[in-house]
Design a protein around this ligand. Structure first.
Ligand code: G4P
Length: 518
């Protein structure tokens, strides 16, 4: 086990959080080009281009041109192994998007300079905040018209309550982006607008100069005077964020960002178990299943469980135990997964992500551990659902298949299945944080379980997690009903967000939370 600690120390596991179109795909591609993990631009498919090239994936993906699968990219930068977990967004926003964040130690927040903090970024940051995941900010598209940098920092603080601490500062006299100054060295790096899109070098590799324009020098003095420097303690607590300015498309600022991930983002650290005890990194193997993906590809009809290694060394073929069921799992088929490509993995260390093939009994949130040293990690928190529909079997003679399918999808977390104590199993309510979840569930009910469903709208549009005291207090209120998940957890459903807010205002004692555990 000697190698575990040094291997863990040189890993950084992170996700990019952003709103669609801010530049996540472009930045990911530049990371991979820079590290040499890919050789040519275009290898990371954007949603738009996936449309034409997807021939072997599910019908849903083909129809909508989106990626249902969550890719994990792994590459090296300057001796550090970087694991980048993709957070599906926009139309493919789903519970998986949140779950992915439970597998990372840091996040890079990409903001479109002109648009500032947008709604999806806010939601994802809320998860980082709740989990204490530190965030590094990249203000992208500086080559385009943008507000003053101080306004951008104000926007971040106003929208997210996150204090921006600029590591670089843009040189943009009269709106003409000329580069950035690295505040640590005082060196200016020049931007060339034609850029080196697709090149395996970043513009700042050319080196900086001491030639800082006067008006920027004044701004820098001001920043120094107010002490806007990176504060590691508040950064690690997700209360402040180091900020970098650049242009992913022009490959400007990309290396500085990679350096920051290596230098600032935390390496894997001992994860706390359900009792709050940290599991040492060099303890025997443990891992967290943060996502289970049923492969919709008809040629590979299998289930892939994505496992983040939390402690010890993972060795292919070694028996593992699932903490929830106590069952043994033979991890014979472990893969590194990047997009649709799979590669067999023989060993992995804390911070790495492996895909276990055909691990049919596993669910998102499960803990896996070496037989010799059991551990259970806390459940993955998620947000309360925002979409609701009643599911009916179209063919009444296929009720058995319908129930089996619904139970399976619930177990996998494709949708949350809710039941009303008085209605029971006949017409379960499907609940989700993204519309895509319904599409995937409907597709699978028809093609996998041979039980096509009809979805019907409901009168609810807001849910809050509550407890048994809350259930008692809510009983009899208008426009509120309590439904329950398979495991009995109650969820209060409201006719509108307004009703939920009014109830909370009138009854501040009733626990009504947008974050759910388990
Ligand atoms: P996403 O994954 O966050 O949704 O964003 P993506 O990288 O697909 O980028 C969205 C659009 O923004 C793309 O243009 C992309 O080329 C552009 N973009 C990304 N970074 C920069 C930047 O630094 N500067 C400028 N000016 N544009 C940038 P598109 O025309 O929508 O798509 P495409 O046809 O170029 O793929």
């Amino acid at each position: 086990m000697a190698a575990v600690l040094p291997e863990a120390a040189r890993r950084r596991t992170f996700a990019i959080i952003s709103h669609p179109d801010a530049g996540k795909t472009t930045l990911t591609e530049k990371f991979l080009l820079y590290s040499g993990a890919i050789q040519e631009a275009g290898a990371v498919q954007s949603r738009k281009s996936a449309r034409s090239t997807t021939s072997d994936w599910s019908e849903i993906e083909q129809k909508r041109g989106i990626s249902v699968s969550s890719a994990v990219a792994r590459f090296e930068h300057d001796g550090t192994v970087l694991n980048l977990l993709d957070t599906p967004g926009h139309n493919d926003f789903s519970e998986d998007t949140y779950r992915v964040l439970s597998g990372v130690d840091a996040a890079v927040m990409v903001i479109d300079a002109a648009r500032g903090v947008e709604p999806q970024t806010e939601k994802l940051y809320a998860v980082c905040r709740a989990r204490g995941t530190p965030v590094i900010t990249f203000v992208n598209k500086m080559d385009r018209p943008s507000p003053e940098p101080l306004e951008i920092l104000d926007n971040i603080e106003e929208k997210l309550g996150l204090v921006g601490q600029p590591v670089t500062w843009p040189i943009k006299p009269g709106g003409d982006f000329q580069g950035v100054v690295d505040r640590r060295s005082g060196h200016a790096f020049r931007f060339v607008s034609s850029g080196r899109a697709g090149a395996s070098r970043a513009q700042e590799d050319e080196g900086g100069s001491e030639d800082v324009p006067e008006e920027v020098a004044e701004e820098l003095e001001l920043l120094d005077a107010i002490g806007a420097d990176v504060d590691v303690e508040t950064f690690l607590a997700a209360l402040s964020t180091p900020v970098f300015f650049g242009s992913a498309l022009s490959n400007f600022g990309v290396r500085m960002l990679l350096d920051a991930i290596k230098g600032l983002a935390p390496a894997p650290y001992p994860r706390e178990d359900v009792d709050g005890d940290p599991r040492p990194l060099d303890a025997p193997f443990s891992g967290l299943v943060f996502k289970v993906q049923a492969n919709l590809d008809p040629r590979h009809r299998d289930r892939l469980a994505f496992v983040r290694v939390c402690s010890g060394r993972f060795e292919r073929g070694a028996p593992l135990t699932c903490a929830r069921t106590g069952k043994r799992i033979q991890a014979k088929y472990a893969h590194a997964v990047f997009g649709r490509e799979r590669e067999t993995v023989d060993e992995a260390f804390p911070g790495d992500v492996i895909g276990l093939v055909n691990a049919t009994d596993l669910r998102a949130g499960d803990t896996l551990h070496d037989e010799s040293a059991p551990v259970t990690f806390p459940p993955i928190p998620t947000f309360t659902p925002e979409f609701f529909a009643t599911a009916h079997p179209i063919d009444r003679s296929r009720v058995k298949q319908f129930r089996r399918g619904v139970a399976q999808l619930d177990e996998e977390g494709v949708v949350q299945v809710l039941r009303h104590p008085d209605i029971g199993d006949q017409a379960p309510l499907w609940a989700a944080v993204g519309q895509l979840q319904f599409e995937v569930a409907t597709w699978r009910m028809e093609h996998e379980f041979n039980a096509p469903v009809r979805l019907e709208g409901t009168r609810f549009d807001t849910a809050r997690a509550t407890d048994e005291d809350g259930v008692a207090a809510l009983a009899g209120m208008r426009d509120v009903e309590v439904w329950r998940r398979e495991n009995g957890t109650p969820l209060a459903l409201f006719r509108s967000r307004y009703v939920a807010e009014r109830v909370q205002r009138d009854h501040p004692d009733i626990p009504l939370s947008t974050l759910m555990l388990g």
